[in-house]
Each structure stands twice: as C-alpha cells, then as structure tokens.
Design a protein. Structure first.
Length: 352
C-alpha cells in the first residue's frame, strides 16, 4: 500500500511567511527602486531633457537617414541617379498636364521655373509627412529592441527628404540660369527659408507619426489630404492671378496667400525669380500697359508696371516682410507644437 496521499485529495501545509523589506512595504516597491537607484524603463523624460537626449543623438539621426536614403535606390540600375531623375520626371508630368493640356501657364511668366520651384518645395513637405506617418509603425522591431528618443525616427524621415531636396535645388538653379536669371545675393536667402521649412516639415512629420502609430491607415489617407493641400497652395498656378481675376471673399484670399506651403514657395520664388525673361517681360509690359488707367505711354513707366506685375505673379503676397513673419510663425508654431505633441506619447510607442 502506498504512503502517498490519494489522488484528488489536497494536502495543506502551513509555511512561515516570507520576510518583507520594510522599505518595500512602506512605499509599495518604490523604496527598493530608490534604494538601488533603479528607473522605470521607457519612462518619458521631462521635455527639455528629452530635447537634450535628442540633440545628443543627432549623429545617429543623420547617419540613419543617409543609410536609408542610399538604400532607397540600391536595387535600381541607375542607383542614386534617380535622385535627380525623379524630380525632373515629376516636373515633366505636371508641365504636360497642367501647362500643356490645361493651360494653367497662361499669364504666368517663366512658367517652367515657376513650376519647378513649386513642385520641388511642396514635394519636400509631402514626402516628409508620408514617410513620417510610417516612421513608428515601420520600425517597431527597432523601437522594442533599443531605448532611444522615438522622435529620432520622424526627424530622420525629414532629413531623408532634405537630402533629396538638395539634389532638386541643383536643378532649380540650373533652370533659373537657363531662363535668364542672374546670380543674386537674394539666392542666399534660400538657406534660411529651407531651414524654416525643415522645422515646419519636422513638426508635421511628428504630428502624423503619432497619429500613424495608433491609426495605421493614416499613411493611406495622407495622399488625398496632401493633394488637396497642393491644389490650394499655388504650386501649379499663380495665386495672384486667381485673386486678381476672381471676386473672392477676404478669408479665402488669406487662406490662399498665407497657408504654409504657399508662403514658403512664394518666398523662394521671390528670391530666385527677380528678372523676367525677354518673352515674359514683353508679355507683362503689354498686359500692364493695357490695364493702366489712364493708358501709359512712357517706356519707363511701362517697364516699371511690368516688373510690378511680374513680382505679383511670382510672389503672390502683397509684402515680402509679411511672408517672412508668416514663415517664422508657422515654423515655430508647427515645429514646437508637433514636437510637444509627439513627446507626450513617448511611453506608448512600440506597445501593443
């Protein structure tokens, strides 16, 4: 007969209680963490500390972005040449559809240069937001394996597009010289403009990155939103022409003129497109003389009116100083706001 307990019968054994650390019992476990200087893994640091950690990893962000940028075309036979071909082909398609078929180039001086600047700068914003919206969901393995500020990922997505914009700006300058524009000190103003737009784009990328981490369909919805945004930003037509030829409400004029992409594009156009080509100067002179009331016969006055008309078509804003103020406000508001919005959900990224 076996000495073991019968099957199905529970044997209760009284064991002495385990000793409890007084510090653990007193503060529910926090005392042990404090005693051994332990910190919660993945806890969100204070805002300024988070910014400091992000700055400390700036070399990682740039290196990571450069590696991704090189890998994008590694499977193509032409390789990095596509970084030049892609923007050229984009402009060719837009020119064929909107300039040739739909005739939006009518009345717009130096339309090719006008179009190149608009398409390249808006593409910088568009791709930064699309890639930024997927920056968290596409890197869950990296997020769960390593501890680093998650804002590094949407910022890297923005840096990738900034590197590609550098190739596009080379094309812009070549087209500008080819259409008769001369090198001017205003061209150097492009650098602060692109810095402000990069800050704005980074804020947008962080906004959609947080949304995309929760709703993965964000990247599917963004192209429709961005396409609509492009059509109201004067990328392929002159806002000045629309405002001067249509009786729009005041709020609609402000929306067209001061929405962020329109402001950035207008300022860059003002910096590069300073002298109308011979053909567009003649057309502008004729148009300016025809609209003058009373009619203008002085050649100097006709030329002055033509230059004013040209500047209007190019810039689309009444005052360049207003444009710079608007750029700075948009860059600070969206850049800082997007950073804070992303930081608030730092502990949530990579979970689930």
């Amino acid at each position: 007969m076996s000495d073991s307990a019968p099957v199905g019968i529970v044997v209760e054994v009284d064991l002495p209680p385990l000793p409890v650390d007084p510090e653990y019992a007193e503060v529910g476990g926090r005392g042990m963490a404090a005693k051994y200087n332990l910190k919660q893994s993945g806890a969100r640091p204070p805002l300024f500390e988070y910014a400091r950690l992000l700055w400390a990893r700036r070399h990682f962000i740039i290196t990571y972005a450069t590696s991704i940028n090189r890998a994008l075309y590694s499977g193509a036979k032409l390789g990095q040449v596509w970084q030049l071909l892609t923007p050229i082909l984009n402009v060719a398609v837009y020119y064929f559809v909107f300039g040739f078929l739909l005739g939006t180039n009518r009345g717009v001086p130096d339309f090719i240069l006008f179009l190149v600047i608009g398409v390249f700068l808006f593409n910088f914003l568009q791709t930064a937001m699309v890639f930024g919206s997927r920056s968290i969901s596409d890197n869950l393995v990296l997020i769960r394996a390593l501890h680093f500020p998650r804002a590094s990922l949407p910022l890297a997505a923005t840096v990738i597009q900034l590197q590609q914009l550098a190739f596009s700006m080379v094309i812009v300058l070549i087209v500008a010289l080819g259409t008769g524009q001369s090198l001017s000190w205003k061209w150097f103003l492009i650098f602060p403009v692109l810095c402000l737009q990069t800050m704005f784009n980074a804020g947008c990328a962080m906004l959609v990155a947080r949304m995309g981490s929760v709703l993965t369909d964000t990247s599917q919805l963004l192209p429709f939103i961005l396409r609509t945004w492009m059509y109201v930003s004067g990328v392929i037509y002159s806002i000045y022409s629309v405002i001067s030829s249509h009786n729009l409400a005041t709020w609609m004029k402000y929306v067209l003129q001061y929405n962020p992409p329109a402001v950035f594009i207008s300022v860059v156009r003002n910096c590069i497109m300073t002298v109308p080509s011979k053909a567009s100067a003649t057309a502008s002179a004729v148009a300016a003389a025809a609209k003058a009331n009373p009619p203008v016969t002085s050649a100097a006055q006709i030329a002055k009116n033509a230059q004013t008309t040209y500047n209007g078509y190019v810039g689309s804003l009444a005052s360049p100083s207003h444009a710079w103020i608007a750029m700075i406000l948009w860059a600070v508001l969206v850049g800082v706001g997007g950073f804070v919005y992303f930081w608030k959900a730092e502990e949530q990224y990579g979970r689930g």
